[in-house]
Design a protein around this ligand. Structure first.
Ligand code: UGA
Length: 352
């Protein structure tokens, strides 16, 4: 059994987002650490218990505002950096904002953590592997290949990869204590938003499909839905991150894939399974699945990844961790959560 963790001061930058909200909940329930959560919205944290006193402070702020990062680094032992614009529909429509959010805005954080010797746990992305060639079992040693410059899909991957390279350089040459985590298609309740209810545009695929089901529209399969992803349950992901935080000595200076290779599935198959579950819960007609051209859904400059399977041997070795939840176990609670949250379409709550 691992020794109980010493209380530490942990700051979650972007802790109000999908991954952040699940991490905050687990850190509060399962560790003695004190948390500062910095974000511009805390709507996803609504289910946290009140009365946590000093153990949880929510600070509504943009990390780009003067002084926010200086204060955060000064008062923390560990910083989890989760801020990002991580939605493919933005990569070719708001590329400058995506590059800034993934790289430029975070350069000061890397510098501050280096000079003050704070442990930076940075959440990168499996997108850094780029345009993978199937069969794609991607280890931390795999090469990274991006598409041409006019395929703006790769702005995010490129900016995230450059930040990883900066973090690595500051670690190798200037003593920055860091860990880079690469999540592979983590899904779960409270993911993204429902277009027209608490957000606008095209979210990631799970929210797109749930939106289609809830509004009675066809589920759109980009280029027929043959492309594959390995989906990881957010609970498995959170468990891996808690273990990283417990095992600083083993994890500092490391880049770690976190995902579930056993859940490699085509997007068409994902659509079919969600539609079946939805009908089982709600009744009604069988939802339609329809092919759509990538350009029609995302516009020019989009590109796709055919398959992306994580090699997680390093995570297994360092963390003594394996993902447990298969699609059969993870999808029903996700559908139930979307139904509970959005089953009756409601107007956006203030501040969302
Ligand atoms: C995502 C995002 O880049 C990041 O959030 C993240 O770093 C990473 O991958 C991840 O989730 O870990 P991608 O998997 O391509 O990239 O994003 P999704 O929007 O979830 O799309 C998955 C696949 O479904 C794509 O092939 C897309 O074309 C397809 N899709 C999406 C559909 O067929 N129909 C839709 O309505 C939406």
């Amino acid at each position: 059994m691992t020794a109980p963790a010493q209380p530490r001061r942990i700051c979650l930058l972007g802790g109000g987002g999908f991954l952040g909200a699940h991490l905050v909940q687990a850190l509060i329930e399962r560790t003695p650490h004190r948390l500062v959560v910095i974000d511009t919205s805390f709507a996803k944290l609504e289910s946290l218990p009140g009365g946590l006193g000093d153990r949880l402070r929510l600070r509504r702020a943009d990390i780009r505002s003067p002084g926010v990062l200086v204060l955060a680094v000064g008062e923390s032992d560990v910083l989890l950096s989760l801020t990002a614009l991580c939605n493919p529909a933005l990569y070719n429509t708001q590329p400058r904002a995506v590059i800034e959010a993934s790289f430029s805005d975070l350069v000061p954080l890397v510098s501050l953590c280096t000079t003050q010797r704070r442990w930076l746990v940075h959440f990168s992305t499996c997108e850094v592997y780029g345009k993978t060639i199937p069969p794609a079992a991607l280890s931390e040693e795999s090469p990274m290949q991006l598409g041409p410059i006019d395929r703006e899909r790769w702005t995010y991957a490129c900016a995230k990869q450059l930040l990883e390279r900066l973090i690595w350089a500051r670690g190798a040459h200037d003593g920055l204590p860091f860990t880079i985590i690469r999540p592979f298609n983590v899904i779960g309740p409270r993911m993204d938003y429902m277009p027209g209810v608490d957000g606008e545009g095209t979210p990631r695929v799970l929210a797109c499909f749930m939106h289609a089901l809830l509004t009675g529209k066809p589920l759109q399969l980009v280029d027929g839905g043959r492309q594959r992803r390995s989906f990881c349950a957010v609970d498995d992901f959170v468990e891996a991150v808690l273990r990283v935080l417990e095992r600083g000595d083993a994890c500092r200076g490391e880049v770690i894939n976190v995902g579930n290779p056993r859940n490699d599935v085509s997007i068409a198959e994902l659509a079919k399974r969600l539609a079946e579950l939805y009908v089982r819960r709600r009744g009604g007609e069988r939802p339609l699945l329809e092919p759509v051209a990538a350009r029609q859904l995302y516009g020019p400059g989009y590109d796709d990844v055919e398959q992306r399977v994580p090699d997680i041997r390093k995570a297994q070795r360092l963390l003594d961790w394996v993902p447990r939840l298969g699609l059969d176990e993870m999808l029903p609670p996700i559908v139930d959560d979307y139904l509970a949250r959005y089953g009756e379409p409601r107007p956006a709550a203030p501040g969302r």
